[in-house]
Design a protein around this ligand. Structure first.
Ligand code: SF4
Ligand code: SF4
Length: 229
């Protein structure tokens, strides 16, 4: 069954928990001219499904279509799927929690799918590790966030095979990249537990959050206090 506006309404109702009890935008914004990195189209252009766009549009004027302003943005959007819409919000000072897109709610996480095709938890968009404070402090992530994020993606995947395929492919790309770097893939299991994926065997094991790599940008800071588990 294809996605619908009703499906996205259900997804938004399902997925409301914040990543953590920290206002993480305050941690990365000072390094980005005062703007939280994931709310800056210079770093990430929000892409939404056409039905998600119709739902967001019906809820107010927070969002508008994104117009590429330079060659790099045009190139980034050149191969987007025809059912995707590039959009932008009015800016972080005008954020409306209930009207954030699914990508806003999930960032910096995506659903990690194994070679055996199992959705086992959440991992991170690692190419933002140098700018995203959360990725150097994964211990702060609330288990409720992980559960809701996975439940929302499962709703989506039940209705949108292409979206699942895209996340499966992204997981495979992460395995290849981390094998090359010889680094464990950080993984938050379905209940929020700390897991690690071995870079060569891709075996999943229990981990301590202190094993997760911290990016050079944040490594000299004291790690933030972990969420209760
Ligand atoms: S999720 Fe990462 S990039 Fe986005 S506001 Fe928080 S620390 Fe910044
Ligand atoms: S809606 Fe909020 S969270 Fe999403 S990009 Fe805009 S300011 Fe950031």
């Amino acid at each position: 069954m294809p996605s619908t506006i009703a499906l996205y309404r259900k997804i938004f109702d399902t997925f409301q928990a914040p990543v953590s009890r920290y206002d993480c935008g305050r941690k990365c914004a000072p390094l980005n001219d005062g703007v939280p990195v994931c709310c800056d189209t210079g770093h990430a252009i929000p892409l939404v499904d056409k039905h998600e766009w119709l739902l967001l549009k019906s809820r107010g004027d927070l969002w508008r279509p994104y117009r590429a302003r330079d060659a790099q943005a045009k190139e980034e959007l050149a191969d987007k799927h025809r059912d995707c819409r590039a959009i932008e919000c009015k800016g972080f000072r005008h954020c409306e929690r209930d009207n954030r897109s699914m990508a806003c709610r999930a960032f910096p996480f995506f659903p990690y799918i194994t070679r055996e095709d199992e959705l086992v938890g959440l991992s991170v968009f690692w190419d933002f590790a140098d700018r995203c404070w959360v990725q150097s402090n994964l211990q702060i992530v609330e288990p409720a966030f992980v559960r809701e994020c996975i439940a929302a993606y499962e709703l989506l995947f039940d209705n949108d095979k292409l979206e699942r395929d895209a996340n499966r492919e992204h997981s495979a790309a992460m395995r290849r990249a981390f094998t090359r770097m010889d680094r464990v893939i950080p993984l938050l299991g379905r209940k929020g537990e700390y897991l690690a994926i071995e870079p060569r065997t891709h075996k999943i094991r229990r981990a301590h959050w202190r094993e997760y790599a911290r990016n050079d940008t944040f490594k000299d800071e004291k790690p933030a206090a972990p969420a209760k588990r």
